[in-house]
Ligand binder design. Structure first.
Ligand code: MRU
Length: 362
């Protein structure tokens, strides 16, 4: 991975939204280094599956749809890297590359969804020479990226209708352009509502410990002139009690077949509070994030991340030494707390196994 430092204002290019989270340049994948935002806008260049997997694991890129798109490019870039090999060696090494990508992060199902799609395309090519396989895999990765933007726009249109003409929407983590190929899921709905003329302002939970809300969501909203107020995670209940929040809208990393929602740690707390205060709790969820093989949320693997993320940030450590530490990165909100799943095919109100199945069959 190599870094290319750019000026924040001049290099933020627009593609289907505010920023180009991932881009294909000179036969390599370039990713905004989200660990450095909002202080710097740097692209990290990846030229192998190994480098792409590292970028996913280390949170250079994060957010379920963005992870899926990135993994697809990871397969493509590896195929290009190996295309001069003999067919046998090409196949053997590309399989290993897919395995490395699969092991990068466990919770976001989009990673596995995208890898399965790339493998299906590869399988459909039979004994074609490696150069042709690599070319076809790259075009599939481009297609996955373009589809992601289109899906987010469709979700935006459907979800915007759920929001009031004027009001405050609380969000948790970052489900914006940075978490996708463009436009965003939860923030995409807010963008679409604002484009429709609705007067929406955002309350962004800081989102401990990785600060996706403070660093990424607040940055995206400020860049676009959508009013945003940043709070620490423990302030959400107070604002709800004061009548200051009209809706909650979050993204998701995996939705089980029964509608249970895995999302960034702290989401469950927000959902319980929203229920207590009669505030609608919406989840923006592309179909690629619904895992129909996962019966309930109890089966969703919850990533445990490095303990260093809890005791400090960057080079600053504030926690006392000696205490045991936990860092589960996601939690599961039971379906009964979800007012609606916003998908590109429509809104599933009060999601159940049957309603989700019906959506796929429609
Ligand atoms: O650990 P992260 O930053 O990858 O977690 C991201 C989230 O939890 C998002 O809310 C989720 O992926 C939806 S992104 C559209």
């Amino acid at each position: 991975m190599t870094n290319e430092t750019g000026d924040l204002k001049t290099t933020a290019s627009t593609e289907g939204g505010l920023v180009e989270t991932l881009r294909w340049r000179d036969q390599a994948l370039e990713l905004i280094d989200q660990r450095r935002l909002p202080g710097a806008l740097e692209y990290v260049r990846c030229e192998s599956a190994q480098a792409v997997a590292e970028a996913i694991r280390n949170m250079v890129v994060r957010g379920a749809p963005a992870i899926g798109c990135t993994a697809a490019y990871g397969v493509a870039v590896e195929a290009l890297r190996l295309q001069a090999e003999s067919p046998g060696s090409f196949a053997e090494q590309l399989h290993l590359g897919v395995k490395v990508l699969e092991a990068s992060r466990p919770t976001a199902v989009n990673l596995f969804w995208a890898l399965r799609r790339m493998q299906a395309v590869w399988a459909s090519l039979g004994q074609r020479p490696p150069t042709q396989v690599a070319e076809r895999l790259l075009s599939e990765a481009h297609a996955i990226k373009e589809e992601d933007i289109a899906v987010n726009r469709a979700m935006g249109d459907r979800g915007a209708a759920l929001l009031p003409d004027e009001g405050v929407v609380l969000t948790h983590c970052n489900a914006g352009a940075l978490a996708t190929a463009g436009h965003g899921t939860a923030l995409g709905v807010i963008r679409s509502a604002v484009d429709m003329g609705k007067r929406i302002s955002v309350v962004a939970d800081e989102t401990r410990p990785f600060l996706q809300g403070a660093r990424l969501t607040a940055w995206e909203m400020v860049q676009e002139g959508i009013p945003v107020t940043l709070i620490t995670d423990n302030m959400a209940g107070h604002l709800m009690q004061q009548g200051e929040i009209q809706a909650v809208l979050v993204g998701t990393d995996r939705v089980a077949a029964n509608g249970d929602v895995a999302n960034k740690i702290g989401t469950y707390m927000v959902a319980v509070l929203a229920h207590r205060h009669g505030i609608p709790f919406y989840v923006a969820c592309p179909l690629s994030t619904i895992d129909r093989e996962m019966a309930t949320g109890a089966d969703i693997p919850i990533e445990e991340r490095p303990l260093a993320e809890v005791v400090g940030f960057d080079h600053c450590q504030w926690a006392a030494e000696g205490a045991a530490i936990r860092n589960p990165a996601f939690d599961v909100t039971p379906a009964e707390l979800v007012t609606g799943l916003v998908t590109e095919k429509g809104v599933v109100r009060n999601p159940t196994r049957e309603r989700i199945a019906a959506l796929f069959d429609s």
